[in-house]
Design a binder for this molecule. Structure first.
Ligand SMILES: [Ca+2]
Ligand SMILES: [Ca+2]
Length: 69
C-alpha cells in the first residue's frame, strides 16, 4: 500500500506541472540512486526524453543524466 500511495502522489505531481514536476529523489522511488524506466513512467515528459537522457544506455537515469533534463 505504501508503494501505491507514493505512486499516486507521484502521479499527482506529474500531472500538476507541464515539465518534470518531481525532483530526482522523488522519482527514485526505490532509492537506488537511479531512475528506472518504470520510475520515469510517472512523467510523460520524462519518458519522451528517457532514451536521449540515458547517455550511457544502461536503461536507467543517473542523477547526472537526469540533471541535463
Ligand atoms: Ca530507482
Ligand atoms: Ca544511464
Amino acid at each position: 500500500m505504501k508503494t501505491l500511495h507514493k505512486t499516486l502522489a507521484l502521479l499527482a505531481l506529474a500531472t500538476s506541472s507541464a515539465a518534470f514536476a518531481a525532483d530526482f529523489d522523488t522519482l527514485d522511488v526505490n532509492g537506488d540512486g537511479a531512475i528506472s524506466k518504470s520510475e520515469a513512467s510517472v512523467s510523460e515528459a520524462l519518458m519522451s526524453q528517457f532514451k536521449e537522457l540515458d547517455t550511457d544506455g544502461n536503461g536507467e537515469l543517473s542523477k547526472q543524466e537526469y540533471s541535463k533534463a
